[in-house]
Design a protein around this ligand. Structure first.
Ligand code: DHB
Ligand code: MG
Length: 222
C-alpha cells in the first residue's frame, strides 16, 4: 500500500459518493490562486464533518482555523434554518479568500468569520451569548491545540462533539520520540483527553490524498 493507491481510492470514493460541487471546487481554486497552503481537509473528510454535524443536529458550530473556508462550507451546509457557524482565522489573506468563497456558496449570512488570533476570539466568545456550540472543529496551529481544546470545552454543552484534525501526523506521535512542537501539541491533547472525565474520545487513523494522518473526536458528557 502506498500513496498512489490511497489517492486512487480517494478518487474512486469521491466519484461515487460526492456529487460534483461547483461552490466547493471554486473554493479550492480560489485558495490555490491566492497561494494558500493546500492543507484543507480532503473532500471525503469534508463530507464526514458535514455528516457528523447533521448526526449531531448541530445548530451552532465553531471552527478554529478557517484557511480558505473549504471545511467551513461543508460544515455550514449541515446547519438547519437559523443555524450559525463561527470560524476563527488569524491570516488576513486566508480570511479574504474564505469570505469570497462563502459568498459564492451562498453561505455568507450563516458564517461569521472572526479575523484575530484564535485565543483572543475564544476568550471573547466565552463572554458572549454566541455559544454554547453543538460541534467544534479544531484545525489550526498545532502547538496551540491543548489551549484550543480547553476553550472548546468552556464553549460546549453536554452533548457537544469536538473534532480535532491532524492528530496522528504520519505516526510521529509514536515514532518520533522528541517530536516537533506540533507532535508535542498532539501528545498533550491525548494526555488531557485521558484525564478529562467530561470527554469521551476516540482516535482514528486515516490514509488518502493527504497521506497518513488521523483525527480525534470527543463527546462532552451530559
Ligand atoms: C498541516 C495542517 C493541517 O491542518 C493539515 O490538515 C495538514 C497539514 C500543516 O500545517 O502542515
Ligand atoms: Mg488539518
Amino acid at each position: 500500500m502506498n500513496q498512489d493507491t490511497w489517492t486512487a481510492v480517494d478518487h474512486y470514493l469521491n466519484q461515487r459518493l460526492l456529487p460534483a460541487d461547483l461552490a466547493l471546487e471554486a473554493a479550492l481554486k480560489a485558495a490555490e490562486a491566492a497561494g494558500l497552503d493546500p492543507i484543507n481537509v480532503a473532500p471525503n473528510q469534508g463530507k464526514l464533518l458535514h455528516l457528523l454535524a447533521r448526526l449531531r443536529g448541530a445548530r451552532r458550530i465553531l471552527e478554529i482555523g478557517t484557511l480558505g473556508g473549504y471545511s467551513t462550507i461543508w460544515l455550514a451546509r449541515a446547519l438547519p434554518q437559523g443555524g450559525k457557524l463561527v470560524t476563527l482565522e488569524i491570516n488576513p489573506k486566508a480570511a479574504e479568500v474564505a469570505k469570497a468563497n462563502f459568498v459564492r456558496a451562498g453561505l455568507d449570512k450563516v458564517i461569521e468569520l472572526r479575523l484575530a488570533p484564535a485565543l483572543d476570539s475564544l476568550k471573547k466568545l466565552a463572554g458572549e451569548e454566541t455559544g454554547p456550540f453543538d460541534m467544534v472543529f479544531i484545525d489550526a496551529d498545532k502547538p496551540a491545540y491543548p489551549d484550543y481544546l480547553t476553550w472548546s470545552l468552556k464553549l460546549s454543552r453536554p452533548g457537544t462533539l469536538i473534532v480535532l484534525d491532524n492528530m496522528v501526523r504520519k505516526g510521529e506521535i509514536v515514532t518520533s520520540p522528541e517530536g516537533d512542537e506540533r507532535v508535542v501539541g498532539a501528545r498533550k491533547v491525548y494526555e488531557m483527553l485521558a484525564k478529562e472525565p467530561r470527554l469521551s474520545a476516540t482516535g482514528i487513523q486515516t490514509v488518502g490524498v493527504k497521506g497518513y494522518d488521523g483525527f480525534v473526536m470527543a463527546l462532552v458528557a451530559g
